[in-house]
Design a protein around this ligand. Structure first.
Ligand code: ACO
Length: 320
């Protein structure tokens, strides 16, 4: 009998501090009008100095575990997607596992930048549908604010902090129907935080650098392709899709992609105005919001998609 993995609980967490576009006006030469027109972003959340990526992940995970109606001790796989880990090693997933008071099961991080949650969920799906894991915790958690040059107006207005999590469990009923992952490393310098450590010294800049226009065009192209690929693989039309949950980088990328796919705006979950781009956390944050406010209902078709540094990109199609 074919087994599937199914999301049985979602959760999220946003740090208390909100940084508005007006706040940014007093920090760099920008305007609320410019930011909203070019990106759709109104505000973003910023982690407190003492908070770590695993702290944010912990809050989101607790909410997801509660929603799933299981105990933390039922979790037998922990995957954290992050670009901003607590430290070089151990993985943020191991630190999170310890904070959840569990031990023994595999725990590891996935680094695929803004596609990280799509990569992590696709990976967990393979553990769960094959029977290797029973209950997987999959988290996207980021403190982007720590790798931003707050003097660079071309990047500092775009990003925010947060975490989202899901619990995946094995079920005879789908569940995740397909996942499609891609990467093209020839773009590795177009979007990066190109620092490295040499003999204890940092070389290069740890701040996000990007060619915004190239990222924009590439994102719209591959996101349309990744969703179309998912539809073809499941013999579905775009009109069958109830909810598109895109990576939240820029409202213009989101609406251009939806338009190319023929998916109407009212079926697109957009949180970028409130969250900014939270990298690997953006898709699970948007998913949790749409589950909790009752938009996503049983048996509906939901497509998740993401694109990010690498470049990496992909899609996951599921039946709720
Ligand atoms: N405030 C005011 N002016 C600004 C700002 C700012 N914050 N940033 C740039 N500008 C200026 C530029 O200097 C430029 O001025 P100039 O014409 O005098 O040279 C002007 O605004 C236009 O700049 P463009 O870069 O052409 O603006 P564009 O419309 O392309 O928007 C943006 C830039 C928002 C970065 C867009 O290219 C974009 O969203 N790209 C995708 C990048 C992205 O989302 N990256 C996130 C990570 S990747 C991911 O998550 C997939």
């Amino acid at each position: 009998m074919t087994m599937y993995s199914r999301i049985i609980g979602t959760g999220s967490y946003l740090p208390e501090k909100v940084l508005s576009n007006l706040d940014l006006e007093s920090m760099v030469d920008t305007s609320d009008e410019w930011i909203q027109t070019r990106t759709g972003i109104k505000q973003r959340h910023i982690a407190a100095p003492g908070q770590t990526t695993s702290d944010l992940a912990m809050e989101a995970s607790r909410n997801a575990i509660d929603a799933a109606g299981i105990r933390a001790s039922d979790i037998d796989l922990v995957i954290v997607a992050t670009t901003t880990p607590d430290m070089i090693f151990p993985s943020t997933a191991c630190i999170l596992q310890n904070k959840l008071g569990i031990a023994g099961s595999p725990a590891f991080d996935v680094q695929a930048v803004c596609s990280g949650f799509i990569y992590a969920l696709a990976t967990a799906d393979m553990f769960v549908n094959s029977g290797k894991s029973r209950n997987a915790l999959v988290v996207g958690s980021e403190i982007c604010s720590r790798i931003i040059d707050w003097n660079d107006r071309s990047t500092c207005v775009l990003f925010g902090d947060g975490a989202g999590a899901v619990v995946l469990t094995q079920d005879q009923k789908p569940g995740i129907l397909s996942s499609h992952l891609h990467a093209d490393g020839s773009y590795n310098q177009v979007l990066s935080a190109p620092a490295s450590i040499h003999s204890g010294e940092m070389q290069g800049t740890p701040f996000i650098t990007m060619e915004g226009g190239t990222v924009f065009k590439f994102a719209v192209k591959v996101l349309e392709e990744a969703v179309s690929e998912a539809l073809r693989a499941n013999n579905l039309q775009s009109s069958d899709i109830d909810w598109l949950i895109p990576h939240q980088a820029n409202i213009r990328i989101i609406t251009s992609t939806a338009k190319k796919l023929g998916i109407p705006e009212e079926k697109v979950v957009a949180t970028v105005a409130q969250h900014g781009n939270t990298s690997a956390a953006s898709v699970p944050l948007a998913l949790d919001q749409a589950v909790r406010d009752g938009r996503i209902q049983s048996d509906q078709y939901v497509v998740l998609e993401g694109v990010g540094g690498g470049f990496t990109w992909g899609s996951i199609l599921l039946r709720w």
